[in-house]
Design a protein around this ligand. Structure first.
Ligand code: MN
Length: 394
């Protein structure tokens, strides 16, 4: 038996217990829980087949009562001794995509981000569209290209056309960017024709991950009117390997910004789901932004209620992104588009002036939040490195 030593300042103590999917050399992927610098193999520790699967979906499908019970069991288990065969060092395992992603939606919930982008993309108009404070704006994205942290990103190619160009050209994106976001993993199905109430959020959403919505701004700018993002976004969306349970985020709950004008009744929360989460964006090892999630205008409960209010159903494994997390400060902007003001104000990076991503660049987004017991919990990180565009074709 092994007693897992948990340092007092660990971001992965008993108040966190995030779930992931891992493998060790020669073994099949299965569900584990992170405790300090270790991974506890839940199939081995609890003897339950539902954890001997290559994704969290089967466990999530068992529903929120079960999520609570398993969290209690795991807390009890790791507070005492764990069978040796069920404990691995996190440095010895390979972390996999934790969820078989169903549908994927990305929102646009930061007022600071939407205002910045509005100013950059539509300088002569109101930065916020007339609907923005009445509904959480979003679009349906591509679930099949949601990938786990550490997967390389091949620079996308496509059509781009600057306003002054006579005709579009084809080639590798020259304005490849990031969007630092939170992603919410839906665990419970909802029935077609019904909506999920804002107050039922915690019964439907299993947990949260870090998400990087890689964005090719030049492709996006040329294609997005009138139907929204398409190939400028769909080539890759990275998520962190650890899913922090919603049950671990009770200590991070805050009331978000005042919503004025008042929102329609279906978007009014009786108990708010703003989240006090600190994000950090590192570009080639240098910290370039610290966006705070607490400033997000729309809560994830409002996003889910809006996404289903027309009767659209959810499935276990659905994922929705918050949209870029940007705060009021210049050093709190969660995209390079905003940080460099569309390239006009380069960032000083190890002696170089940089605007968008170059081949070989690496971006790491991490986050922490207050825990209910007074400590802090960590989300780990979502990382990705840019590879050169493929050659050939035309
Ligand atoms: Mn996005």
């Amino acid at each position: 038996m092994t007693t897992i030593a948990i340092p007092e300042d660990s971001l992965f103590g008993l108040s966190n217990l995030p779930y992931g999917v891992f493998s060790t050399p020669g073994t099949a992927p299965r569900v584990g829980v992170r405790v300090a610098d270790h991974v506890v193999d839940l199939a081995a520790a609890l003897g339950d087949e539902v954890f001997a699967r290559p994704s969290l979906n089967a466990f999530m499908a068992q529903g929120h009562e079960r999520w609570r019970q398993v969290r209690e069991r795991v807390t009890e288990l790791v507070s005492r001794d764990v069978p040796d065969t069920a404990v691995h060092r996190v440095s010895d395992v390979t972390l996999q995509l934790p969820v078989e992603v169903g549908d994927y939606v990305d929102f646009y919930a930061s007022e600071h981000h939407a205002t910045n982008v509005g100013r950059l993309f539509r300088p002569d108009a109101d930065p916020l569209m007339p609907n923005w404070k009445h509904l959480p704006v979003g679009y349906h994205g591509r679930a099949g290209t949601v990938i786990v942290s550490g997967t390389d990103i091949v620079r996308p190619r496509g059509q781009r056309k600057a306003p002054d160009d006579a005709a579009p050209a084809f080639g590798p994106s020259r304005r490849l960017d990031i969007e630092a976001e939170l992603g919410f993993v839906v665990g419970a199905d909802s029935a077609l024709g019904t909506g999920v109430s804002v107050d039922d959020f915690a019964e439907h959403v299993f947990g949260a991950v870090l998400l990087n919505d890689w964005s090719a701004r030049d492709i996006q700018a040329w294609e997005y009117v009138p139907l929204g993002p398409f190939l400028g976004k769909s080539f890759a969306t990275s998520i962190s390997p650890w899913v922090v349970p919603l049950l671990a985020l009770e200590g991070a709950r805050v009331r978000g910004p005042v919503q004025e004008p008042q929102v329609l009744p279906y978007l009014r929360e009786s108990s708010p789901w703003g989240l006090d989460i600190d994000l950090c964006v590192e570009w080639n090892g240098q910290e370039v932004a610290r966006p705070g999630y607490r400033e997000m205008y729309w809560s994830p409960a409002q996003m889910l209620a809006h996404m289903t209010v027309n009767g659209a159903s959810t499935r276990c494994g659905d994922l929705y992104g918050s949209g870029t997390v940007s705060g009021a400060g210049k050093d709190q902007r969660g995209s390079f588009l905003e940080l460099t003001w569309s390239g006009a104000e380069p960032v000083e990076l190890k002696g170089e002036r940089r605007t968008f991503l170059e081949d070989g660049d690496e971006v790491v987004i991490s986050a922490t939040a207050p825990a209910a017991d007074g400590g802090r919990i960590g989300f780990g990180e979502v990382a990705g490195r840019i590879l050169p565009a493929r050659e050939g074709d035309r």
